[in-house]
Design a binder for this molecule. Sequence first.
Ligand SMILES: NC(=O)C1=CN([C@@H]2O[C@H](COP(=O)(O)OP(=O)(O)OC[C@H]3O[C@@H](n4cnc5c(N)ncnc54)[C@H](O)[C@@H]3O)[C@@H](O)[C@H]2O)C=CC1
Ligand SMILES: O=C(O)[C@H]1O[C@H](OP(=O)(O)OP(=O)(O)OC[C@H]2O[C@@H](n3ccc(=O)[nH]c3=O)[C@H](O)[C@@H]2O)[C@H](O)[C@@H](O)[C@@H]1O
Length: 428
Amino acid sequence: MHITVIGSGYVGTTIAACFADLGHDVTAIDIDEEIVDTLNDGQSPISESGLENLLETHTGNRLEATTSYDAVPESDVTFLAIGTPSNDDGSIDLGALEAAVEATGEAVVDKDERHLVVIKSTVTPPSIETVLKPAVHRGADGNENIEIGMNPEFLREGSAVADFLHPDKLVFGASSEWGMDRLHAVFEPLLEDHDAHIVETDPQTAAMIKYANNAFLASKISLVNDLGNICKEFDLDAYEVMEAIGLDDRISEQFLRSGVGWGGSCFPKDVNAIIAAAREEDYDPAVLEATVEVNDRQPERMLELLADYVELEGARIAVLGLSFKPNTDDIRNSRAIPVIESLRSHGADVVAYDPVAADEMAEKFPNVDYAKTAVDALQDADGTLVVTDWDEFSDLDSEFDEMATPVVIDGRRCVERRDGIVYQGLTW
Ligand SMILES: NC(=O)C1=CN([C@@H]2O[C@H](COP(=O)(O)OP(=O)(O)OC[C@H]3O[C@@H](n4cnc5c(N)ncnc54)[C@H](O)[C@@H]3O)[C@@H](O)[C@H]2O)C=CC1
Ligand SMILES: O=C(O)[C@H]1O[C@H](OP(=O)(O)OP(=O)(O)OC[C@H]2O[C@@H](n3ccc(=O)[nH]c3=O)[C@H](O)[C@@H]2O)[C@H](O)[C@@H](O)[C@@H]1O
């Protein structure tokens, strides 16, 4: 098949490279010329394991990038992976996606055969009828051959290629048998040697499945953090408790790691978006509001623990880990942001270290001192906050002896408790 993928950001680049790897001819379309040039050089605009290899193999062969929508009408199906960022009230800003959908419609205005336009972006269910369908039909000037489908994406940053190629489930949202068949045809090569559940549904339900998935996972972590905070009050180890409850198949062992909370470009955005969409309907989503509230509290709890041992005003505090999770330089909604803001508001001097995300954070906090190594950050520090669970932090040991006062508050359970340091886990 010939597939056009509009938007070559995180999701778009990953799916374009993977579709090519599955044997499809792919045209990747982005308005950003720099991204297009990077892709056509066989390089990746994002850092993701395995992606560079796929791009090197398929660029100029089964994959090409362009800023033009000309390939859209020649293709069998178009996927849209455009950002849907948050507005100030938590709702999603559909402006960029709406413009891209309309441009897609314009590109197929004269197409005589049916054309499937699949939304990969995360969008609220009502927006398919109220925003996206009108946009495509406006662009296509009422051409009845255009159908909108929904195929939400569940990949994680750091394992995007592997997640895309080995999904637990594929969710196909289509409003006709033809649209459903087309989605099956796209993913047929993937299913040849990989077993995944297929969920066939309408586009709105498919959109809701994506929000429910992320809201559930974020709420699971917040619940684990709430329970973990109670464990801490009782002097109990939340990890021992969670390991036991994870043995129950109904709960599962995954996403039970308590600590400083969830960040990233999606959980915060998506939980807030579904809350805002629910409020639009005059529904008050009490559990999801609590999910956000518990998450917002965790960074402050780290500081409260630290303040039990260190006078924060004028203290030199090391922050280990700046990215929202390990193996990425992405700092969007990283828990390190509220941690640093709070330390500074208490008058502490922050020295931060991250193996890859320091430059990103320096754009946000130019006045923070950024160390080249973890040991440099620990040197003469009055306290340390561990915010991201990078592997290299688990290897730290005698390095803590370099601190002026060896107080370590671990927000991710990645440092070993040892003699000679004051060690406090956030929930253990
Ligand atoms: N990042 C992730 O891990 C995941 C993201 N998602 C969802 O996927 C969607 C896309 O997310 P990302 O890939 O992270 O966004 P992104 O911001 O990394 O990429 C969007 C790309 O679209 C391009 N673009 C904007 N307007 C355009 C237009 N009119 N025509 C062509 N290209 C245009 C931009 O230049 C950019 O390269 C969002 O709705 C997000 O919630 C879903 C699952 C995982
Ligand atoms: O919609 C999205 O964009 C994606 O959002 C998440 O993926 P991602 O944000 O890349 O990262 P996760 O591995 O889910 O971690 C999210 C946050 O939760 C935290 N987390 C995760 C697991 C856990 O047990 N405890 C915990 O605090 C991580 O440290 C991180 O800050 C989902 O896992 C993906 O399925 C989804 O496609």
